[in-house]
Design a protein around this ligand. Structure first.
Ligand code: DSN
Length: 387
């Protein structure tokens, strides 16, 4: 690379990633092949439209690429193209959610979704997201005692508020979501059910987390978390909804798709279909369970008491330490986490009561249970200093 400045920054970031223990639950480390596709000549091409319906010439190979990505997405999640449509063009998760909501419900209608502090996501109608200004969020949460979704309460909220859409899934909920129950809640009020499986899609692909597809009308996932691809998103929708969604993705809110990103998504989907990815997914969850158990043994409070996934929330404020203070101190020692709101948090998102911990990236690095025990001890040592 001739640009010495960027070259130096890439080298520095590479070293930072190599030297630190990355416990950010939404991050991962992609393969060389994914990086190669991302840095390929596909970045030079404009391809507004969809396969075989493009606005620019020169797209025959791009069409092949996008169709390959689509068929791999269908195969990975065992879906029939008769029932499901796949859109691999969303730039990332938030625009994907915006597109889906815009396609499916009129402005001003109600979106029932997990409150941000309870584990939800900004783009599910949170006040500070554009989705919260276009639609009215009806929030649901977790039970204060168990830290888990209270399904009886979901029925009550849905009956009272009669939302047009219900979203299951979020960004810091550590437990298995009962998609069948969500379907029942949605059916009880005639709502559309969207599952945002961004965090767990790699676990679904790896067979260690239940698939939402038998129950959802739309499933959205980002591609860069447990799925271990490039940044990006995929929207799966039932055939009868797909035309509307495709129209909002393009030309509604996006222009030309990032075909280099789609190439890298195709590579990631190929990698996720291998038996080794199943083993990876199992290890991710095992590592998260071991890490949370070890921290519990050391006296730290884990929201919901543990995890079924790649992530969990540690309530640092239970021992008088704010999430920001904890995250900053850990980073100084080379352990990178993010500060995070916890359910019923009374503090602010910039200095909340907890930290979120995830094992997708460290598992990719090859770490196993014994490493989790060591990491737990180190987290304990750093945080104890602060209490
Ligand atoms: N920022 C992502 C996360 O950390 O979960 C979601 O968009």
């Amino acid at each position: 690379m001739k640009d010495g400045n960027v070259k130096k920054l890439i080298a520095k970031e590479k070293k930072r990633q190599e030297d630190s223990i990355n416990l950010i639950a939404s991050e991962n480390i992609v393969s060389k092949d994914v990086l190669e596709a991302l840095g390929s000549v596909f970045t030079n091409k404009y391809a507004e439209g969809y396969p075989r319906k493009r606005y620019y010439g020169g797209n025959a190979i791009i069409d092949e690429l996008e169709e390959l990505a689509i068929s791999r997405a269908l195969n990975l999640f065992h879906l029939s193209p008769e029932t499901w449509n796949v859109n691999v063009q969303p730039y990332s998760g938030s625009p994907a959610n915006l597109a889906v909501l815009h396609a499916l419900i009129p402005l001003g209608k109600k979106v029932m979704a997990m409150d941000l502090a309870m584990g939800g996501h900004l783009s599910h109608g949170s006040r500070v997201s554009v989705t919260g200004t276009l639609w009215k969020q009806v929030p649901y949460g977790v039970d204060k005692k168990t830290g888990r979704v209270d399904y009886n309460n979901l029925f009550k909220i849905a009956k009272k508020e009669r939302p047009s859409v219900i979203i299951a899934g979020g960004s810091s909920y550590a437990r298995i979501i009962d998609f069948k129950k969500f379907r029942k809640v949605a059916d009880s009020v005639g709502a559309i059910l969207i599952v945002d499986m961004s965090h767990v899609s790699g676990l679904v692909a790896g067979g260690v987390y239940p698939t939402p597809f038998p129950y959802a009308d739309v499933v959205m996932t980002t591609t860069h978390k447990t799925l271990r691809g490039p940044r990006g998103a995929i929207v799966f929708s039932k055939k009868e909804l797909s035309e509307k969604i495709n129209k909002v993705v393009f030309p509604g809110i996006q222009g030309g798709p990032h075909e280099n990103q789609i190439a890298a998504i195709a590579v990631a989907l190929f990698e996720a279909s291998k038996p080794s990815f199943k083993l990876y997914a199992r290890r991710v969850v095992k590592n998260a369970k071991v890490l949370s158990e070890e921290l519990k043994k050391l006296g730290w409070e884990i929201v919901s008491g543990g995890t079924d996934t790649h992530l969990f929330l540690l309530d640092t404020y239970a021992r008088g330490i704010s999430g920001k203070k904890a995250a900053d101190a850990l980073e100084k020692k080379g352990i990178v986490v993010n500060k995070n709101l916890i359910p019923y948090d009374t503090r602010s998102p910039l200095d909340p009561s907890g930290i979120r911990i995830g094992t997708a990236a460290v598992t990719t690095k090859g770490m196993r249970e014994k490493d989790m025990k060591r990491i737990a001890k180190n987290i304990d040592l750093v945080l104890k200093e602060l209490s």
